[in-house]
Ligand binder design. Sequence first.
Ligand code: ZN
Length: 237
Amino acid sequence: MGVFMLKGRIRPHTLVPILVLLLSLLLSGGVRSLAALAALPPSPLVILDAGHGGIDAGAVGAAGSKEKELVLAYALTLKEMFTEAGVPVLLTRTEDALVLGGEDEGQRGRKAKDLKNRAAIAARYPGAVFVSLHMNAYPVAKYRGFEVYYGAGEGSRPLAERITARVKKEVDPVYTRTPRAAGEGIYLLSHMTNTAVLVEFGFLSCPEEEAKLLEKDYQKKLCFCVFYAIMEEKNLF
Ligand SMILES: [Zn+2]
């Protein structure tokens, strides 16, 4: 009986299994990942900016497809993907119209107003990732390929590189172009501090590429690359 009482008083013995468990958790990184999980920032807003709209058709393809219509379809596909993943999304436009804030499309200077309004939306959410969606065009039909421009805001270049790498790997290893700094030439990206990229999904002026850009499967593939890269870059998985 005395032996039992002695054992009961030696508390450290009972602590050993707990210490072993804690140690193994620490060594396996379990404790750290739990802590990291608790410190995970809330998901940032993703702003999907379908370029052009209304009186501004943007590029018009060899077969007559309009950039303003295609990029809105791409924006809606991307919206679905982010929503499914639980990431909040904001679209700068959901209709076939410039972003004029209720003003008449017919008045002068509307394109400048449209761009200012889009930049103002980005400024309202400085922590948001801003993704402007476009289609390219060039007078010479042979030019083609996916291309991303990046803004000066923090994280823009790495995001552009990640998107490009994914498209190169998953969709088009041949014609995908190297990402480029937006510079002053791209008003929207040079007027915001967000993590921002402008995606040119392809050249509507190249008949072969235009046909691909119109295919639903191709759209989904390209959108998935953009979606996936943002999820990876912002640690949202
Ligand atoms: Zn455009």
